[in-house]
Design a protein around this ligand. Structure first.
Ligand code: BGC
Length: 742
């Protein structure tokens, strides 16, 4: 029935176009591809190029605005999509410009960076990953999509699924960390969250897998820098999360700013046409990152803008974000035979298809629903979920003598530090339409949790700079308190895009403040807020309790108070290694063994001044309770390629609190036709255990889990010996051996 209705509406639109515009369209069938072809047949080349063009809206104090020139471009069909504009009223106005003024009435697509929440802001993506809770990650993006779509948006520039092994890189906070397996699962979960079950539902956003590809491998962690990695590393480490999003049905892809093997990702035929659209069969469209077509001239791969457009289109870029190069030069390039009509048609087809899939041709205003906007944005359920998710995203790094949780009977509490009452920092980077005024700070959370306690506050110092004039007040406040909660770290704009750092220390005089406060001999809990792994070597030696909280979003303070006062037992585990110092970078758990693995012998692979291991390894995180692993057993010790076997382990809660544990499974292929990492995550399960309770956790292992790119770049498992490791993090494990026999 629904199908016929769609045909009817589409037919009506086409007929209306026929009569009003004297065109000659024919509707071939109800199938989307055929509808797209019918429309494409009506389009002039200029109109086609319009669909390949994305422009940003501008901003003024009251919100997004549109430069006059852009409005004219919309009316003239020179724009297919707009980003950085939101709100039903405004987007309806823009949509009207397109639908009522252009010859073919093609609706606009509205995009925005909805990265970790829309108005209700969830923890930073790296923090979310530390929950190891795929269900919650998916739900947070479902909620983000509900809110953003209620404000008229169709398209999010997320998920960001760049694997990152370098904490100097500011954008490490936008992804899921250093692991490909976990990153792939998270990428797929996010696509499902944003896109829901059916794009036609007006609570969905089309997702965009970015930044394709290997953006996280920027040399020296400097944003936008050159990437030079082997094809093996590209395909084994950086590409699988992208493939996972294709398999999950992601609608769009965004190219990266960087070059890969000498060719900018935006002009990289190997990445776009050969792998993405060829090998993986991606049917959605590819948009560039901001002006990255234009930037190819500076990369030194083309001599001018026109050539940049040709390189991008030939390589498989379907939509130009903000360069205006497709709109300025494609016609000429076509006349000169530098691009073909087939390439243009393919790009336009892909863009129109997404618009059809969203149902925008049935109703261009279907996302413009004031009632949804009024009732759904920052709905109480969303805030409650943000609170719960923030609690699950923290990682307890140190808890000497059970300093945490603090007793709720504490009478006098000092909440100190430059980040203790900073609403704006709670948002973290890329906070979409998030309103910092609505954020709950640590100070507010503590006051609300303990209404009858005396909560004193002093900033102590700023995050940056050398001013210690606030120390005296901080010390005075601490002296009058029974416990000190100290919020230090980075401001939100020390991570994120274009925010790389050469040093990953705790900036300014914050550590000096810690040192002064520790001298008082009071219990001190350090609450870290930051967007990257920091060098915590000194802090870890000095402070009794350290809680890594990243940036937790709108409900940060409520969740912090829950964890600090024991209403929630922390369960997060790091998804990125914390180096001992900046010199160890890049440092990641799934490294190779080398021919001279570290021993006491001098001539082995090591530093003179620091161990090879990280300070806090991948998968690490403490709980207020303790877990004991025992009885690792395998159902078989050798399998043929078609067989599977089960790994079992008993996990017991040996402490006093109920708690959750992320049980992790790693494997190592001991001998391969190419060398293999010393560990690879292949499974995990998050379990809850009451005090004294034991659960048996089982993982099934099949040939698929043991595949890799062999010496011939074929993806397969090789016969031979393997080791399986199960444990609480990547360093504390139990292990057993098994083999694949021919
Ligand atoms: C960022 C992208 C983002 C785009 C649009 C770029 O600078 O790299 O991640 O989606 O801007 O805002």
């Amino acid at each position: 029935m629904k199908k016929y209705k769609t045909i009817f509406i589409f037919t009506t639109i086409i007929l209306a176009m026929l009569f009003t515009r004297c065109q000659q369209p024919t509707v071939k069938s109800s199938d989307t591809d055929q509808k797209v072809d019918s429309l494409l047949a009506l389009m002039t080349t200029e109109e086609k190029i319009g669909q390949m063009t994305l422009f940003t809206s501008d901003w003024d104090v009251t919100g997004p605005t549109m430069r006059l020139g852009y409005k004219e471009d919309i009316k003239n069909g020179k724009v297919g999509a707009i980003f950085n504009a939101f709100g039903v009223k405004y987007l309806r106005e823009l949509q009207q410009l397109a639908v009522e003024n252009t010859r073919l009435n093609i609706p606009l697509l509205f995009g925005y960076d909805v990265i970790h929440g829309y108005k209700t802001i969830f923890p930073l993506p790296i923090a979310q990953a530390c929950s190891w809770d795929l269900g919650m990650i998916e739900k947070s993006d479902r909620i983000a999509a509900i809110e953003a779509s209620a404000e008229g948006l169709h398209w999010t520039f997320a998920p960001m699924i760049d694997i990152a092994r370098d904490p100097r890189w500011g954008r490490i906070c936008e992804g899921s960390g250093e692991d490909t397996y976990l990153g792939s699962l998270i990428g797929a979960a996010r696509v499902k969250g944003f896109q829901g079950d059916d794009l036609k539902d007006n609570s969905t956003l089309v997702a965009c897998a970015k930044h394709y590809a290997a953006y996280g491998a920027a040399q020296a962690g400097r944003d936008y820098n050159t990437v030079d990695i082997s094809d093996r590393t590209l395909r084994e480490i950086y590409l699988p999360p992208f493939k996972a999003t294709v398999d999950a049905g992601v609608g769009t892809f965004m190219t990266a700013f960087n070059e890969v093997d000498g060719v900018p990702a935006t002009g990289n035929k190997y990445l776009l046409r050969d792998i993405l659209k060829g090998e993986w069969g991606f049917a959605g469209f590819v948009v560039t990152d901001y002006t990255s077509i234009m930037e190819m001239e500076l990369h030194g791969i083309v001599a001018n803008e026109k050539e940049a457009g040709e390189l991008a289109l030939n390589a498989g870029v379907d939509m130009d974000m903000q360069s205006a190069i497709y709109s300025d030069y494609t016609l000429k390039s076509l006349e000169e035979g530098k691009v073909t009509m087939a390439e243009i048609d393919d790009a336009v087809r892909r863009v129109l298809k997404i618009k059809y899939e969203l149902g925008l041709f049935d109703d261009p205003y279907k996302y413009c629903d004031e009632e949804r906007e009024r009732t759904l944005v920052m709905h109480q359920d969303h805030l409650d979920f943000a609170h719960e998710f923030a609690a699950k995203s923290m990682v307890l790094l140190k808890n000497e003598n059970n300093t945490l949780p603090l007793s709720k009977n504490t009478k006098n509490i000092a909440v100190i530090g430059p980040l203790a009452d900073s609403k704006v920092d709670m948002l973290g980077s890329w906070s979409a339409a998030g309103d910092y005024a609505k954020c709950v700070t640590l100070l507010e959370g503590v006051k609300q949790k303990l209404p009858s306690a005396k909560v004193l506050h002093a900033k102590g110092c700023e995050v940056l700079g050398s001013d210690k004039s606030g120390f005296a007040e901080a010390l005075s406040v601490a002296r009058r308190s029974d416990a000190v909660i100290l919020a230090i770290g980075e401001t939100r704009d020390l991570s994120g895009e274009a925010n790389s750092r050469s040093n990953i220390n705790i900036p300014g005089v914050q550590e000096e403040l810690v040192a002064e406060l520790l001298k008082l001999g009071k219990p001190v809990v350090v609450v870290l807020m930051n967007g990257r792994p920091l060098d915590l070597t000194w802090l870890n030696e000095q402070a009794p309790a350290i809680l890594e909280t990243w940036f937790l979003g709108t409900k940060a303070g409520d969740a912090l108070a829950d964890v600090i006062f024991g209403d929630y037992n922390p369960s997060g585990k790091l998804t990125v290694s914390f180096p001992r110092n900046v010199g160890q970078i890049p440092l990641f758990y799934n490294h190779k063994n080398t021919g001279r693995p570290i021993t006491d012998v001098k001539w082995t692979s090591k530093y003179l001044d620091v161990p090879n291991t990280p300070l806090f390894p991948f998968g690490y995180g403490l709980s207020y309770t303790s877990f004991e692993y025992s009885g690792l057993s395998l159902s078989k010790n050798s399998i043929t390629k078609n067989e599977t076997f089960t790994v079992s382990v008993d996990v017991k809660n040996t402490g006093k609190f109920a708690g959750e544990e992320v049980v992790q499974l790693y494997i190592r292929d001991l001998v391969g036709s190419v060398t293999r990492p010393v560990l690879e995550l292949k499974g995990f399960e998050k379990i809850s255990l009451d005090p004294g309770q034991t659960k048996t956790v089982q993982f099934e292992i099949s040939e698929n889990d043991l595949k890799f790119l062999d010496i011939n770049m074929d993806y397969l498992a090789e016969a031979g010996e393997f080791e399986v490791f199960v444990g609480t993090n990547s360093q504390e494990t139990q292990s057993a051996k098994f083999s694949i026999v021919e």
